[in-house]
Every structure is written in C-alpha cells, then in structure tokens.
Design a protein around this ligand. Structure first.
Ligand code: ATP
Ligand code: MG
Length: 334
C-alpha cells in the first residue's frame, strides 16, 4: 500500500544574485494516513522549503530539481499545473503558517474568509449551510462564541483566536494532510499547548495526517509518531519519540535536546544553546554539514558526506560515528 506522502530525493535550490542557495538537499521521508510527523531543526535548515514543496509553493527563484519525487496518495504531484494545485490545496492538503495575522486578509470578516475556503473547492452548498459549517468548524477549534466571531475582522481577535481561525480555514475542506508550519510559535506557552491539543483532537475526528514543523523539540514529545531532524537541508536523524528522546545518535539531535527544557526537572535550568551557526548554504561543506560544530568530529566528517545508517527499522541517522567504515564505531552517551 502507498504511503499518503512519499518524498523521494527532493532537492530545492534558490537561484539569486548569481549564487545558488541549496535549501533542501536530497530529502526522503514518508507520512502515513492519520500519522503525526514532526519536522524539527534550527532556523534556516530547510523546514519551510520542504513544506512548501509539498504544497506547490516553491516559486521562482526557487526550483524543485528534476529527479525529485513527491507522491501524494500514489500520484506524483511535482508536475502539477496551476489548476491541479488549486484543486489539491485545501482538498488534499492544507497548510497553516506561523503568523496568522499575515496569512489572514485584514479587510475581510472571518466568516467570509472561512466560507471562501469552501467556495474554492466548488462545494455547492446553500449560503446558510456554508455559514452553519463555518460555525461548526470554529466551535471545533475551541472558539466558544463562533457566531459572533464570524462577524469580526482579524485585528479584533487575540493571537490564539486568530490561529484557531487559521486552523478552521485549513480544515473546513477536510484535507488528508495538514501541514502546520510553526503554528504556535508566536503564542504564549499555555495557549500553544491548548491549540496543539485541539489540533490533535481534530486529527482524530477527521483521520487526518499532520506534518508539524517546529524548532522546539519540547512540544513534539507526546504529539509525534515520528520525528525528523533536519540540518542544513538534510535529514540527519529520524525515529519515533522514544528513539529521538532516549536514544538519539546524531550529535546534532543531542545538541537540540540539550536546548530543550526538561519537564521532570523543577526550578531554573540552564539551557545549552548550540555553539556556532549553520553553514552558508550557497557553499555547503563537502562532508557532514554539522562537522564544524560537532564535538565528536573526525577527519572523515570533513571530507565525505556520511551515508544513512539504520539503527532499527524506523530509526535512521546520517553520521560517520555510526558507520563502521569510519574506523572507530562508537555510540556514546554524551
Ligand atoms: N525565496 C527564497 N529565496 C532565497 N532563499 C530562500 C528563499 N526561501 C528560503 N530560502 C533559503 O532556504 C533556506 C531554508 O529556509 P527555510 O525557510 O526552509 O528554513 P526554516 O528551517 O523553515 O527556518 P525557520 O525556522 O527560520 O522558519 C535558508 O537558507 C533560506 O535563506
Ligand atoms: Mg520556516
């Protein structure tokens, strides 16, 4: 059986000012029906570009290179025409962005914006029926007074409410996959938790898959079936929450974990930040891109790109420390 989404060897470059940014470098992963997959990594590592490639939103000067394959429900979508994308977006796959204020139309009432999302998919319903669906959807996202919310403009709502409206717009067409790109980053921690819980609840009701993008590993621990760690345009490690949180193998994953507050430790905790910064993606290193910041780097790491090694069926990582050919195979608990 096909996976819902299959990304195979996806490469995305941006061509500007005579240089080329290698934003996504040979990324492959799958999402099954109803599954929650988290995509994590520092700013600039290619998370949003990966997401946009699934939605047909890579525009010039960006390009998905030939040889990349993105299959949705068994169909290669990379060659879709504008018309096909229009049909695909919303119906098959919806995306919500970090900043609801930017994504919502400031001059249009909330109700109209939700109903427009339905109209785009030629859902031929009576006006009253559409309104009813809009109210139901808003209520499902946890907005108590949905009827009066329909009459409001985005600026009249709080950040949390706006994000709930975005979720309603994304879900009213019942997509099979919801891509949530840092959906709660601009909100305070309590509201973040509430909105994520609500998303999970809706996911169950609708049997929808979620690709949750975040730079915060902390929020994915109990939401994700699978966690994909990206660094400098590549997947460096993938596994389930247990693999990633308790048995991480890639030094980058470990470094990310070091910057997550521990829930089992009370009081003030010192969070480590990862020293250094991500490489210039116009000239990514020849070997492992994390090598310059890695406390365990060996000579070979500078010279050659590590290949992917499977630790178990679902747990993979690309690191020379895991590769017997590197001379000293060593799994450490650093
Ligand atoms: N339109 C564009 N033109 C040129 N370069 C781009 C464009 N969009 C993204 N990039 C580059 O692609 C790389 C990956 O960017 P991306 O937005 O995917 O990062 P990200 O992981 O989502 O980061 P963040 O956590 O900050 O959202 C970056 O180097 C970025 O500068
Ligand atoms: Mg992003």
């Amino acid at each position: 059986m096909n996976s819902l989404l299959e990304m195979k060897h996806v490469v995305v470059n941006f061509f500007s000012y005579g240089s080329m940014v290698q934003a996504v470098r040979d990324v492959s992963f799958t999402i099954e029906e109803g599954q929650t997959v988290a995509l994590v990594g520092e700013s600039g590592c290619g998370k949003s570009v990966t997401a946009k490639s699934i939605m047909g939103l890579i525009k010039k000067p960006g390009k998905i290179l030939e040889g990349s394959q993105i299959c949705f429900d068994g169909e290669d979508i990379t060659g879709y025409s504008d018309k096909e994308w229009q049909k695909f977006r919303g119906k098959e796959c919806s995306m919500i962005f970090q900043d609801a204020l930017v994504s919502l139309n400031p001059t249009m009432k909330i109700g109209k914006q939700i109903i427009e999302s339905l109209d785009n998919h030629a859902v031929s319903l009576l006006k009253e029926e559409k309104k009813k669906q809009a109210i139901e959807m808003l209520e499902l996202t946890g907005i108590a007074d949905a009827g009066s919310c329909l009459q409001k403009y985005p600026h009249e709502l709080s950040g949390g409410m706006r994000q709930r409206v975005m979720i309603a717009i994304a879900l009213i067409t019942h997509p099979k996959l919801l891509i949530a790109d840092e959906p709660t980053t601009s909100l305070d921690v309590t509201i973040q938790a509430q909105i994520l819980a609500q998303m999970k609840q809706l996911q169950k009701q609708m049997n929808m898959a979620i690709l949750l993008i975040t730079h915060d590993l902390g929020i994915v621990a109990d939401t994700a079936d699978k966690i994909i760690v990206m660094y400098a345009g590549k997947i460096v490690e993938e596994g389930n929450a247990r693999d990633i949180f308790y048995h991480p193998v890639h030094p980058y994953t470990k470094a990310l974990l070091g910057s997550v507050p521990r829930l089992d430790k009370e009081g003030k905790q010192e969070l480590q930040t990862i020293e250094g910064s991500i490489p210039d993606m116009t000239h990514p290193p020849e070997g492992c891109a994390f090598c310059g910041r890695c406390p365990y780097a060996m000579k070979i790491c500078q010279q050659y790109m590590p290949e992917e090694v499977y630790i178990s069926k679902e747990h993979r990582a690309a690191c020379w420390l895991m590769d017997e050919r590197a001379g000293r195979r060593k799994i450490y608990n650093g």
